[in-house]
Structure formats: structure tokens, C-alpha cells
Design a protein around this ligand. Sequence first.
Ligand code: ASP
Ligand code: MG
Length: 440
Amino acid sequence: MRVLKFGGTSVGSVENMIQVKEIVNDQQKKIVVLSAMSGTTNALVAISNDIKEGNKSSAVTRIDTLEVSYTTTIQSLFSDAVILQDVQAYVKDIFFTLKSTIDQVYHPSTYNTIVSYGELLSTYIFSAYLRQEGINVQLLPALDFMRIDRNHEPDTFYIRQNIHRRMDELPAADIYITQGFICLDVDGKVSNLQRGGSDYTATIIGAAIHAEEVQIWTDIDGFHNNDPRFVEKTTPISNLSFDEAAELAYFGAKILHPQTVTPVRELDIPVRLKNTMKPNAHGTLITNNVHGEGIKAIAAKDGITAIKIKSGRMLLAHGFLKKIFEIFERYETSIDMITTSEIAVSLTIDDATHLDPIVEELERFSFVEVDQQQAIVCLVGHSIIYHHQTHKLFQILQDVAIRMISYGGSHNNISLLIHSDHKIETLQRLHTYLFDAVTV
Ligand code: ASP
Ligand code: MG
């Protein structure tokens, strides 16, 4: 069986839902994972913030606007009066419940409950639509089997047991539709796999049922060799290894949730990225196999903070790094890049929520310098650190002020830290040199 995940844009309009129906309706048994319709989760996050901050009228306006967009969509999607009525009742119910939270006391779990409505809505609507079109479909509620443990990791044993149990209980169907992103936490409360988590849901399910393939359908034809938002003439990459994909997912333009390949790589289940609007395009196939040599892709990530920690006592001292890392660990802040010299350590973080207390603690035993608005530019390709092309890299970057370099952390990645202002220029320059020149 295959698992097919469709992103927000793929189910974001009537036309696109019709297109998704064409893709999934091929007589093969499958599980379809859906995100919320595009824009919905952002709207729900804004509603949750309004409620948290007591901006009741703003929350009401946002809820009403969202409700109108749903009622309009379903009016044009359904021709069967009975199914339309059923969906209308469901949508009304969700919005009624959402509105009722405005007057309740806000609790951190309120956010989780509110953002779960996006996927509940999209899956209910889409499964009803498939039913209307005569397809044998069943709704498979994610909250009946998808659970995370105390460390917020998927509880794989529980998931495997319960997805099979739940599917066996349902009448046999050609297509099982389930919600991406949402899950239960260890206390049985509604939670989620973080923003963009539907991709992760798809591979967690893929691993649980030993799927033959997991397909992630979005609005782009796979990973490109550079960021198409900033660089012209980027091309899709046909094949990536799990390692390369994992490096790129963290950096690359939010195409894939960073954890996506983790559940399936050991089971060797291929992941295929496809474009809903261009279903015949090859997309990107991610497997254990390695294809091609040299630098395959360039990607960048903004919003990085660099921290330089300098101490005379570091010289020949052991335990210095441990002391530093413990502070970051206590504030649950993960470190991305790191370089060291005899007297200083430079590292980067992408979540600066606890920057102030972290710096305060570091300053107790060292001099600390903080640079914000940094960007990590990362080059990915199998064994690129050994490739002759890579050694010319530094010539190309002669005019760019590089703040840090990470080389050899993995064989497949070289990361450069630069100021965000130079990001686009750096991406373009690297592209021209590394890719354009090769193709002429
Ligand atoms: N709907 C959720 C989000 O927008 C999950 C997802 O789309 O993957 O983050
Ligand atoms: Mg996504």
C-alpha cells in the first residue's frame, strides 16, 4: 500500500481538490494524508493569539471570514444535496466550537485544539467529496492512532498497533483519508507534530504500515538545486539519498518537514516528492541509493544567531564545551553550526527565544559576542567534501564576508554562515558558478 500526502495548496481550492481526486482515484488501495487547506492553519494560529491576548472582536472577525470561505468552497464542491447538508452541519459545528473558545479561559492546550480544526475540516470535506464522486472511501481519524511520547517523538509501537486495529475496524475501502499534523500527546490531549508536520505524519504512517512508497504532493516539482524564490533557472533534482534529503529538508525552503525521512530511511521506503499541478513531472525520488557526484543543491536558512564565546581558560582546559552545551540544553535550544579555535567557540542557533538568559549564563565564565540576522548557506551532495569541484568554492566566495564555515561535519554538507543581507547574492553567485557553467 502507498501513502500519499497532499499539502495545503493541493486541497486549497475546488479546482485543486478535483485534481487531487484524479490523482488518487486509480483503483489502488492507499492512505491519503491531508494538510489543512492553505491559509487555514495560519488563520487559526492568529485566532488563537487573539484569544490569548483577549482581542475578542478580532478573533470573531477572523473566525467569521474563515467560516465564509469554507461555506463558499463547499457550496461549489458538492452537488449532492444530502452530502452537502452533512458537510455544512460539520463545518458549522466546528466553527461553533471555535467561537465558544473565545469566552473560555485560555490555556496552552487551547492553541493545540484550535489548530487541529484545519486538518479535521479538510479531511471531512475531501472524504465527503470522494464519496459523492462514487469512490469507496473511509475517514481514518488520526487521533485514534497517532501519538507522541514524553519526548515529543512518535510512539511507533502504539501507532503501529492502533493504525492496524483502526483500519481493521473500518469497512474495507480503496482510499483511507487521515489528518496530517495532529496527534495525541502522552496524556491523551490533542497535540501536533509542529508546523509543516503533515509530511512527517505521512512517513510515520508509511513506516507503521510498511508502505511500498510515501508520496508527498505539493505545489513544486520536488527539491530544486537552488532556491527558486531568489535564483533563476533552478532545476528539480531527480534523485536524492536519504542523507542528502535530510540535510536539505532543514534548510530548503520549507519544502519538506525536517524530520520527514527519519521514520522511513531504515526501512528503505522510498519517498517521492510530486507536484499536484504537474502530476507527470518526475519530481524528486528519495531512496538509499546515491546518484551523481559533486554539489547537487544549494539552500539557505535565515534568522540565524551566531554566538562567539571566548575564554582564556579554554586553552588546554577540558570540560569547557560541556559547560557551554549544558547551558543550551537547559534552555532546550539546539545548536546548528559550531567551529572552535584554541580560545574561542562560535556556534549558531535558529531559535533565539532564550538568547538573553543563555548569554547571561555564558558571560559568567567567558566573553560573549552575538551577531543576529545571519544566514546559513548550505551546499549538499554525496561526499562533496572530497569532490574536486568543491575546492574551487573559496575562489567563488572571495568577495563574500564569511563568518563561519562548517566543513566535514558530514561528508554531504558544507555550511557557510554569512550576513542575511548577502544571502541572495551568494546563492546567485554560487548558482552561476556551480550549475550554469556546467550546463552550457
Ligand atoms: N497545517 C499544518 C501547517 O500549516 C501542517 C502542515 O501543513 O503540514 O503547519
Ligand atoms: Mg508543508
